[in-house]
Design a protein around this ligand. Structure first.
Ligand code: NAD
Length: 358
């Protein structure tokens, strides 16, 4: 009993937690010392990735460097957010107004409908994921901005080689999310060579963070931690052997900062694969059991999400990103499990929610 921490109703072995690294953000500090502070607009900034990136930028350059935007109201606990604006990315005039009024030089365009949500509302996915990207790129061309628009493993499809998928390969996705992300990749690269827009993109795997996910096929890999701590059990919507590539949040933030900081001449392409590690539901459940021995998992397969997962790569080849701009992830599965439990425990113990990366 001495060795157990009571977490909600669940007992978790105390010794199984590593402390968080002394300063997990140190690598960001190193970059900020060599680069001038940007003026960054983040769209869709209240989603899974936006607030983490805001915190990283603020840590690197102070609170003046980020302008956050989205179409939803700020949650009451958003004490980390300073300059927040309503911005519907379907309104090109409003994007331009913020860019001019706030003297923006870089846009990180996060607004999107993710894979599972996109399938439930195709017209809206087309609007947000395609018209939104067009608006962003046109404003970027007019005001000579640097633009980061994330792509995804969802931009591949069932005819893509699924093991160690390279940067250049067949891209015939079967979801509206994937189709719209291929469009974003192609349109961004077109604006780069036709109008000189400094467009940069990465195909992210599923991102694991201590924030609620936004309706993707890899969401289970976050929900499993909340369920582990609240119920000691998770019901997974994917088959136990479904292998997908994933990445921990801090590595995701690092990849964005690194790619945006890279010299243009070092980029041999405008869209890169990046990845952390791959696992199946069965394997992450085993990793959780090494921290929480009583953890249980069962399966209630969602045919839509399973079909999407079955059409995606199992692992990505990110050697080009490593070679061209020094991509080097730090978190594997074990580290991710440790840090997720540590963060969620901290969240439970504090009155306000921790949204940042670690
Ligand atoms: P999310 O769904 O959590 O957040 C998206 C945000 O976009 C939401 O806050 C939503 O309010 C906003 N939005 C929707 N319609 C909008 C509109 N008309 N105008 C302005 N904002 C609008 O997404 P996320 O997980 O933070 O993902 C961010 C980006 O990263 C997306 O482009 C996504 O495709 C990409 N990505 C994410 C993952 C992941 O695992 N989270 C993996 C691969 C790629």
């Amino acid at each position: 009993m001495n060795n157990l921490k009571v977490f909600g109703r669940i007992q978790v072995a105390k010794r199984s937690y590593s402390p968080l690294p002394v300063d997990p953000l140190l690598r960001f500090k190193a970059i900020s010392q060599t680069q001038k502070a940007p003026r960054v607009l983040i769209t869709g900034s209240l989603g899974q990735l936006g607030r983490g990136l805001n915190s990283v930028y603020k840590y690197m350059y102070g609170s003046e460097c980020v302008v956050m935007s989205d179409i939803v109201r700020l949650p009451a606990n958003a004490t980390d957010v300073s300059d927040y604006n309503y911005l519907d990315i379907l309104n090109q005039g409003s994007i331009e107004e913020i860019v001019v009024n706030k003297n923006i030089d870089t846009i990180v365009h996060f607004s999107a409908l993710l894979s599972a949500v996109g399938e439930t509302n195709v017209p809206l996915a087309l609007q947000v994921n395609c018209r939104g990207v067009e608006n962003i790129l046109q404003v970027a061309a007019k005001h000579k901005l640097k633009v980061f628009i994330p792509s995804t493993i969802g931009a591949f499809g069932p005819t893509t080689p699924r093991e160690n998928t390279p940067d250049l390969t067949v891209q015939c996705p079967t979801t509206i999310y994937g189709v719209s992300k291929v469009y974003a990749e192609r349109l961004g690269e077109y604006f780069n060579h036709r109008f000189g827009v400094d467009f940069r993109s990465m195909r992210f795997p599923g991102i694991i963070s201590a924030t609620k996910p936004g309706g993707g096929t890899t969401d289970y890999a976050i929900q499993i931690f909340y369920d582990a701590l609240q119920k000691g059990k998770h019901t997974c919507y994917l088959r136990p052997d479904t292998r997908l590539p994933m990445m921990y949040d801090t590595d995701c933030m690092a990849s964005i900062i690194q790619l945006l900081s890279a010299e243009s001449e070092s980029l041999k392409r405008r869209t890169y694969n990046v990845t952390g590690f791959s696992f199946t539901p069965e394997e992450i459940a085993d990793a959780i059991r090494r921290v929480m021995p009583g953890f249980e998992i069962d399966y209630d397969i969602c045919p839509t999400r399973q079909a999407i997962a079955d059409s995606w790569p199992k692992s990505l080849d990110d050697s080009e990103a490593r070679k061209d701009w020094g991509w080097n992830p730090e978190y594997g599965l074990e580290e991710t499990v440790q840090v997720m439990f540590a963060l969620l425990r901290r969240e439970e113990e504090k009155p306000t929610k921790i949204v940042s990366t670690a």
